[in-house]
Design a protein around this ligand. Structure first.
Ligand SMILES: *[C@@H]1O[C@H](CO)[C@@H](O)[C@H](O)[C@H]1NC(C)=O
Ligand SMILES: *[C@@H]1O[C@H](CO)[C@@H](O)[C@H](O)[C@H]1NC(C)=O
Length: 284
């Protein structure tokens, strides 16, 4: 399942769902919309429980003191003298696989990591349903807020996981900003699904390091899902060497090739083209 057991410790940070006596506002109603910060949540406005959880984790020494990155042209860089791929930082942006990260699908299986930047999931839901593929459906908190569509909340389809994704390079954020980015998305999912707390997240740009990883794992109980095959579909239209055909060809090659470890394919839902590439290439 995509959500934590009811007795998982993370529930202390989010009150319990349908049995907690709270009247949750309807998803999409003005009360619901106005309760959540839209962008760049103000760290000082975080719930006290989250602030306390961060302070406790820092003083217990479980959040490594790693400098934040500077992002230039989408590339995250540490200050001089820091080894991004070394054991201290272990940045997944440079392919270091951190403890607890999920990079591979199980042997013989195909996982598709979809990114819902534009909320175009109607078509993909339909397709995934037909093909019985496994997909991890990552939700961006601010997109949930601006697209309060019902379909992401209560799907009963096997294999579609509700998980979360931040919006930008998380390694460039302070501990407090990472808390807000992950915490508010978990809160909106929790409060809109009768109390379910997600187990997985997808770092944007695959950019996670031991500091961000520790906040996600130790405080929020979240495991990062990465990928072992990247379609680069986001560059269709900007990089002439990436076309719908080339993305199709890559995916087809992977699907007919070895599947040990299983395939974890990164896809975006940026344009009709990339959705089409996914549909063309996946077995039906
Ligand atoms: C989420 O629900 C809890 C109760 O379970 C409530 O205390 C909290 O204020 C709600 N959050 C928002 C942003 O509405
Ligand atoms: C999908 O799975 C269902 C239930 O296991 C099965 O009945 C159906 O035939 C499958 N569809 C495809 C396209 O494999």
């Amino acid at each position: 399942t995509w959500y934590q057991d009811e007795d998982h410790a993370v529930h202390k940070l989010f009150k319990r769902g349908s049995t907690d006596g709270v009247n949750y506002p309807d998803v999409g109603s003005p009360t619901w919309t106005s309760a959540y910060p839209a962008f760049s949540p103000d760290p000082s406005a975080m719930p006290q429980e989250w602030k306390d959880a961060l302070a406790d984790a820092v003083s217990a020494g479980v959040i490594p003191d790693i400098p934040v990155t500077t992002v230039i042209n989408d590339w995250a860089t540490y200050p001089d003298g820091n080894d991004a791929g070394g054991p201290v930082i272990c940045s997944s942006f440079v392919q270091c696989r951190g403890e607890g990260d999920i990079w591979d699908a199980p042997d013989g299986k195909i996982g598709i990591a979809l990114t819902t930047d534009q909320q175009r999931y109607g078509l993909l839901f339909f397709y995934i349903d037909l093909s019985n593929e496994t997909a991890t459906h990552f939700l961006i908190g601010s997109n949930i807020l601006s697209n309060p569509d019902d379909s992401w909340r209560f799907s009963t389809k096997e294999g579609i996981l509700r998980s979360i994704r931040g919006r930008t390079h998380m390694t460039s954020m302070t501990n407090e900003q990472v808390m807000g980015e992950l915490g508010w998305t978990m809160e909106i999912i929790h409060n809109s699904t009768g109390g379910r707390v997600p187990k997985y997240w997808r770092p944007p740009y695959g950019d996670c390091d031991n500091r961000v990883r520790a906040i996600a794992q130790q405080i929020f109980g979240l495991e990062a899902i990465l990928w072992n095959h990247d379609t680069n579909d986001w560059s269709i239209g900007s990089d002439p060497s990436t076309t719908v055909d080339s993305v199709d060809a890559s995916i087809t090659g992977w699907l007919t090739g070895p599947k040990s470890p299983g395939l974890a394919i990164l896809e975006h839902e940026l344009t009709e083209d990339t959705v089409q590439a996914f549909m063309n290439a996946t077995p039906r």
